[in-house]
Design a protein around this ligand. Structure first.
Ligand code: MCN
Ligand code: CUM
Length: 806
């Protein structure tokens, strides 16, 4: 090495590659208000759409009269189902194989459902005109309880499906039944449960909630009639899939459709689905020939777009006397609302809920999920969940606690005893997954040590004595969770959405001066892809991350990909990025060898350059190689330095974590205080530790909200009781707990850089940790199970029912 060459470690650090807590390059524009969100898009002559929505949860529409609305100056059109029917666009396919009304066709099935679409010169006139549309409704009996929906004489919700005994996922046995999905070995499981030493049984409910991103959903559709090209800017988590589906539904050739996801103000799953607003804005633009914007308000977002959860999970878990788990049985009643619009890979009607054996080596298991229609908004799966993994993790982590009570055992010890051991990976679970890698015992022991678990239990015992002696009115809860996630959908052979295989992609162009642009099939909604994907490349190709532009979200320029949800970007597009980088490096090696006048095999990679083996002072940097790629005629090589990779992952990745929540509960007011929240995450190779920490803080705060108060609640009439942020709990900095983050690193054996996803882990792991803390506080007083959200009123009620108010 010559004197002028800095040592490897310095050169590596200068790249800001893998492992660097590089500051987010996106933040300069976000923190200065220079982001470009859908509602920032303003085009000449643009019109505005707004919906007439149903005040009823179930009603027949006798008539719609829009004469007064149309007479209002500035109103251009009022669309109803009758206008869309000739185009066959009054109904649309859902991601789950069902169909959904775009505009109410004969009847409405949930409060807030889209009934008519008003198009006007501005947003204010549109809103005024909505008030002038007269709809004559005839109320019908309402079903909000999924168990009542299955009663033989329950009202028929989906008249369009009358007589259909076959659904998208097999037979339907009742007019409100959607599907039954079974996994595992029923007979073997029931046999084990029937003869077990101990069986714990419980109904675990994960209530209905909503992702509630700061930016609501919306789009601007612009039909250029001269060139026949439709452009739609929208809040899309999967722009390429939207393009393909839009082409198939509309008949417009796919090359004549351009879908652009600009900056997105949080998605959290809310922006995976397709909403009537998108279709109506597109139709309105095609009809009027000018751009049409539709952006929903907060109430519309909470009432009508993708909800999350609403899973009633009945569980049985068996064990030997000394706490060795022998079997798991689960039956879920899944409330899907009025249309099955869950965003799941086609073969998984309940998402990846069959990860519900969690982190434990459970020899036999059986799972059945019944999907049911009710008079509630459609959606499902969304909300930082990787396809129902949050529900699965909550279920198993509650069942473990319930079993620990039954066994009279410490819940930390019960977990420890049943973890899948490190030497069992790759591990085949009883419900059909192959876990790629894990080291649960190490993570668990580290977590328990970090919080001084033994000390906490001693303090808790003392607290219970003090409480009984009348010295305090506060209880102490220790909430434990060890979760296993499944992210990175997914192998094309078993994961597709609407027939589109779930691979992802990356394209790289190196410019002559040695900087680069890379484009991916994913789309950031706040996760910092422009920062982290440049880091993957920096380490692969030796160009500083600061010299690499990352672009996503424009289907005219980005390679085809399935988008960002299910924490799949790093496992799939991140892998594509590494693979494309390796193709660049392979070509760079040939160029370097030519320039150094040696054989290809006689040069070796060294951080940011190729050097001659045994003669490190003879080298060519990537910068030099890039320039040569464009200005030298190299025999046998094409000019330029570009690569593209479409990556089909061989398996999903299985990140995991150990979370501990320490909570104080005031039994007289029901108030709580999070004294400590410790989150250890293992997402394999860590690309950017600072961004990972941000993901944990954000996801854990969402988990805090869900566990402790957030809910989409309905009354018996199907009225949404929580349609505003006055009623729907969205934590501010004031309520947000303090977090301590920690990690272990167990790389994924099949991912090119060993990385697993992390975006959803904190939501998956934190909800059971918070909830278990509440339960644990009352364990000594006889509580086994109470339902979330644990708001002050419910906690007070629990204390009251346990007789703690004297
Ligand atoms: N990362 C890393 N090292 C790893 C894994 C991830 O540095 N081993 C980085 C990634 O490079 C990326 C971020 O962490 O910058 C999240 O990566 P990943 O886990 O791959 O998840 P996705 O990028 O696919 O994001 C989706 C995930 C989901 S599904 C929801 S929901 C959610 C979440 O991300 N929505 C979010 N986090 C969010 N964060 C913000 N700010 N906004 C949202 O809408
Ligand atoms: Cu399920 S919420 Mo995320 O997958 O976009």
């Amino acid at each position: 090495m010559n004197e002028m060459t800095p040592p490897n470690t310095e050169r590596a650090a200068a790249l800001k590659g893998l492992g660097s807590s590089r500051k987010r390059v996106e933040d300069a524009r976000f923190t200065q208000g220079k982001g470009n969100y859908v509602d920032d898009i303003k085009m000449p002559g643009m019109l505005f759409g707004d919906f007439v929505r149903s005040p009823y949860a179930h009603a027949r529409i006798r008539s719609i009269n829009s004469d007064k609305a149309k007479a209002l100056p500035g109103v251009i059109a009022v669309l109803t189902a009758a206008d869309l029917a000739p185009l066959n666009l009054h109904w649309m396919p859902t991601l789950a194989g069902d169909v959904q009304m775009v505009l109410a066709d004969d009847k409405v099935l949930f409060q807030g459902q889209e009934v008519a679409f008003v198009v006007a010169e501005n947003r204010y006139i549109a809103a005024d005109a909505v008030e002038l549309v007269e709809v004559d409704y005839e109320e019908l009996p309402v079903v909000v309880d999924p168990f009542a929906a299955e009663a033989p004489d329950a009202p028929v919700l989906r008249e369009d499906l009358a007589g259909k005994t076959e659904g998208a996922h097999g037979p339907r046995r009742h007019h409100n039944h959607i599907f039954t999905w079974e996994q595992g070995d029923r007979d073997a499981t029931e046999k084990v449960l029937g003869s077990a030493d101990v069986v714990a049984e419980e109904m675990v409910y994960y209530h209905r909630t909503h992702p509630c991103p700061l930016e609501t959903c919306g789009c601007v559709a612009s039909m250029d009639k001269v060139n026949g090209k439709l452009t739609v800017w929208g809040t899309f988590q999967a722009p390429h899939a939207v393009r393909t589906v839009a082409s198939l539904i509309s008949g417009i050739a796919e090359h004549n459709i351009r879908i652009v996801s600009p900056d997105i103000g949080g998605g959290f799953g809310n922006k995976v689905g397709v909403y009537p607003g998108y279709i109506c804005a597109i139709v309105a633009s095609i009809v009027t020939g000018v751009p049409v914007k539709w952006v929903e308000d907060r109430m519309e977002n909470l009432m009508a777009t993708a909800f999350a959860r609403d899973y009633w999970m009945k569980g049985k878990i068996s064990a030997t006397k000394d706490g060795r788990i022998t079997g798991l049985w689960c039956h879920v009643t899944a409330d899907h609302g009025a249309f099955d619009a869950c965003a799941d890979p086609t073969k998984f009607p309940a998402g990846f809920f069959n990860i519900c054996t969690g982190s434990y080596d459970i020899p036999v298991a059986y799972l059945a999920v019944d999907g049911v229609y009710t008079n509630k908004a459609p959606g499902g799966v969304a909300y930082r969940c990787s396809f129902r993994v949050t529900e699965a993790a909550y279920f198993i982590e509650r069942m473990i606690e319930v079993l620990a009570i039954k066994l009279g055992m410490d819940a930390a010890e019960l977990r420890r005893k049943n973890f899948i051991r490190k030497d069992q990976f790759p591990y085949h679970s009883a419900l059909g997954w192959k876990y790629d890698s894990g080291d649960y015992h190490t993570a668990w022991d580290k977590a328990l040590k970090a919080v001084d678990y033994e000390g906490l239990r001693r303090e808790q015992a003392q607290r219970i004595e003090d409480f009984k002696a009348g010295k305090t009115r506060k209880l102490l809860g220790i909430g434990l969770t060890h979760f296993t996630e499944i992210v990175g959908a997914g192998p094309v052979k078993n994961c597709d959405i609407l027939g589109l295989g779930m691979f992802d992609s990356c394209e790289i162009r190196i410019h002559p001066t040695g900087s680069a642009i890379t484009r991916l099939g994913t789309i950031s909604q706040g996760q910092g892809h422009a920062t982290t994907f440049a880091q993957i490349l920096a380490s692969e190709i030796g160009i500083p991350a600061d010299d690499i532009t990352v672009e996503e979200g424009d289907t005219d320029t980005a390679p085809y990909g399935l988008g960002t949800y299910g924490s799949r970007s790093t496992p799939v597009a991140g892998a594509a990025t590494a693979m494309a980088g390796r193709k660049i490096r392979a070509k760079a090696q040939m160029i370097a060898a030519y320039l150094l006048e040696v054989h290809d095999d006689d040069v070796e990679w060294d951080v940011d350059r190729f050097a001659v083996k045994g003669a490190p002072e003879r080298f060519k940097t990537m910068k030099e190689i890039a320039f040569a790629a464009y200005n030298q005629a190299i025999p046998g090589l094409e000019p330029g330095l570009e690569a593209v990779s479409y990556y089909d992952p061989p398996n999903m990745t299985y990140p995991f974590g150990a979370y501990v929540c320490v909570m104080e509960i005031d039994v007289d007011t029901g108030e709580h205080e999070i004294r400590q929240f410790y989150a250890l995450d293992d997402c394999g190779t860590r690309i950017n530790p600072m961004i990972i920490e941000g993901q944990i803080h954000g996801g854990a705060t969402e988990g805090y909200a869900i566990a402790m108060g957030q809910e989409i609640a309905y009354d018996d009439m199907g009225n949404v009781k929580t349609g505003t942020l006055m009623d729907f709990f969205l934590p501010t900095a004031w309520e947000t707990p303090h977090y301590t983050t920690d990690f272990t690193v167990t790389p994924s054996p099949h991912h090119p850089i060993g990385a697993k996803g992390v975006g959803e882990s904190p939501n998956v792991g934190s909800v059971p940790a918070f909830s278990n803390a509440v339960h644990d506080a009352f364990r000594a007083f006889g509580l086994t199970q109470t339902h979330m959200p644990h708001d002050h009123w419910r906690i007070w009620k629990t204390a009251h029912e346990l007789g703690l108010h004297g």
